[in-house]
Each structure stands twice: as C-alpha cells, then as structure tokens.
Design a protein around this ligand. Structure first.
Ligand SMILES: Cc1cc2nc3c(=O)[nH]c(=O)nc-3n(C[C@H](O)[C@H](O)[C@H](O)COP(=O)(O)O)c2cc1C
Length: 313
C-alpha cells in the first residue's frame, strides 16, 4: 500500500480496488488536478488515496477555443476538449514528479480511435510507477461517429483490446449520456475491466442573454459539480446491482456526507472533481469529517459503509 497507514486517525481508511490497496478512498478526478504538481503547494497531493491524471492522448492537444470554462448554478460547464501535453511529454516531463508521490497513480487515457488508446498504453507500459489506467470513453470515435462510451458494443470492443495490452489495473470511466449505464458497465466487466468509475460530465449548455450567445465557444460543455450528484448517486446504485467489479463514484462530491452517500450506494472509492476548484483543501477537511461521522456511527473501517444502503420496509 502506497503512503502507509494514515494511522493518525482512529478509523481504518484503507480500501481494496482489485489488486490495489489505497490508503484512503478519495482519488483526484481527471482534469481537475492537472498532473499532480499544480496544487501541490496548497495541499499535500499524496494525501489522496490516488490521483487520476488529466486525459492523455498520443499527440499534444490545445483543446477547444476559449471561453471553455464557465461557472453556472450549482456547478460548472467545461469544454476543455482534451487539452493535454501528449504522451511523450507526459512521460518525459510529468511522470517523474508523479513517481515521487506516495500515492497511487492512475493515468487517464483518451483517444479518437482504438489505435490512439493502444498507442498511449503501449508507451506507458514501459514506465514504472504507474498503478493503473482509467479509460475515458466519453470521446467521439472518429470511425464510428458516436462516443466509445455511448454503446455497450463499442465500449466492450475497446476494453477487450486494452485488456490484451496490459495486466495493470484497468478502470473504465463511464459516460452518463447514455440510455442504460448498467448495460455498458456489464459489457466492460465482461471484457476484463477491473473497475468502473462513474460518472463523467453530463452534456450541458449556458446562454448569455446580453450577447445572446452560448457561454462556451464550443456551445456544449460538460456539466459537473453539486447539481449532478443525485444523478451520479442513482447511476452508482443502479450499476452496483448489475456488476461485481468495484465502482468508483464521481459527481458533485463536496463533503464527507457526500462521500458516505456514494459508499452506501455501492461505491468502493470516490473521486473529487469540481470541489478542487472551489476549495483546494477539501480533501483534508473531508478526511477529518469522515472520522467524526464514522466514529459517531461506530464504524472502524471505512469500507464497511460500502453498499449498506437500506431498503424502505
Ligand atoms: C475542468 C474539467 C476538466 C475535466 N477533464 C477531464 C478529462 O480530461 N478526462 C476525464 O476523464 N474527465 C474529465 N473531467 C470530468 C471529471 O473527472 C469528473 O468526472 C466530473 O467533473 C464529475 O465530477 P465532479 O462533479 O466532482 O466534478 C473534467 C472535469 C472538469 C470540471
């Protein structure tokens, strides 16, 4: 286990994620924590149980034109467009710092063809200190038109191909912009995914009545933050009843109560996203508050919250 026991707390925070043991169930969500270094002078990055990096593609990408981020009621809209340094610069410039961290490093991988994902993973397989991959399937498939994550068939095909490329922990990040998310989760479990993380952002849009233009140049963006939590919770609870692999809950988590709600619904771990922009020290506060809640409920091991959701009589 990376980072050792966080035994300043009375509660055992460690959790099992496939073959990985995390010192606590909070991971940094992709795209909201850069490459680990950006917020490191504000918060000790390795207090996270794991870090999911910004999505990495084969080539560097500038992403979409600004404005590409906007604050809206109960959350934010972003149309960053997978801006990233590309896998080669990631390996050369970003990996050394990530390797120095005492936490689990999950590299988030994106692409527009299956070949893109394979190319990134093949290069990363040569590098030590990577604990696993999170596959962003909310990317338009240039061959198929629709996103990889929008059909069970394309999500399964991608997972099958990537499973044959790596023995590392392989987690598929599910899109909420689908009719039946459980069907996609089942399909990727069937092709050897070790876990699923859910949810990515919902498609959203804002309009400025003065300019009478969309607030994002790209028109549509991904909606994240507190408003999406009820949607994410429902999806986690639904998928929990459909698959046997661990779930990592994401969506609008702001505090310790939110973390526990996701665990009760069936999540083994969670990711903190938009909250990192609003309150960069949220993780430390959440860890402290989790201790208080766990102790008040007589819980000594955080993983005991998982799936404890009770039914109405
Ligand atoms: C500015 C921004 C950039 C993001 N970039 C990525 C990304 O590169 N890859 C990815 O898989 N998810 C990305 N996400 C989605 C988040 O990881 C997360 O799934 C989503 O924001 C929901 O969680 P939240 O409500 O806690 O933010 C991004 C989110 C935001 C707000």
């Amino acid at each position: 286990m990376k980072g050792g026991n966080q035994d300043r707390w009375e509660v055992d925070f460690s959790i099992e994620l496939g073959d990985l043991t995390l010192k606590n169930p909070m991971l940094a969500a992709s795209g909201t924590y850069g490459y680990g270094r950006e917020l490191n002078n504000i918060i000790k990055t390795d207090e996270f149980g794991g870090i999911c990096t910004k999505s990495i593609t084969p080539l560097a990408r500038d992403g979409n034109e600004p404005p590409r981020i906007a604050e809206v009621k109960m959350g934010m809209l972003n149309s960053i467009g997978l801006a990233n340094v590309g896998v080669h610069a990631f390996i050369q410039d970003k990996i050394p710092f990530l390797q120095s961290l005492d936490t689990n490093i999950i590299v988030n991988v994106a692409g527009f063809t299956i070949g893109d994902y394979v190319e990134v993973i093949q290069l990363l397989e040569e590098i030590d200190g990577i604990d696993g991959y999170e596959i962003n399937i909310s990317c338009p498939n240039v061959k198929g038109g629709l996103e990889f994550g929008s059909s069970a068939k394309s999500a399964a095909k991608l997972t099958k191909t990537l499973r044959s490329e790596t023995d590392r922990f392989l987690m598929i990040k599910l899109s909420p912009n689908v009719t039946d998310i459980s069907e996609i989760a089942l399909a990727v479990e069937g092709e050897g995914a070790n876990a699923v993380s859910l949810i990515n952002t919902l498609i959203g849009m804002g309009i400025d009545i003065n300019s009478e233009k969309p607030i994002l140049k790209n028109v549509y963006g991904g909606y994240s933050g507190p408003a999406i939590k009820p949607i994410a919770l429902a999806m986690v609870q639904k998928v929990y009843h459909s698959v046997n692999i661990p779930l990592i809950g994401i969506g609008g988590i702001m505090n310790a109560e939110d973390v526990i709600q996701f665990m009760l619904a069936g999540a083994t771990a969670v990711q903190l996203g938009t909250v990192n922009f609003l309150n960069p020290t949220a993780l430390t506060e959440i860890l402290d508050d989790l201790v208080a809640i766990a102790e008040s409920k007589g819980i000594r091991k955080i993983s005991d919250f998982k799936g404890r959701l009770k039914e109405w009589e």
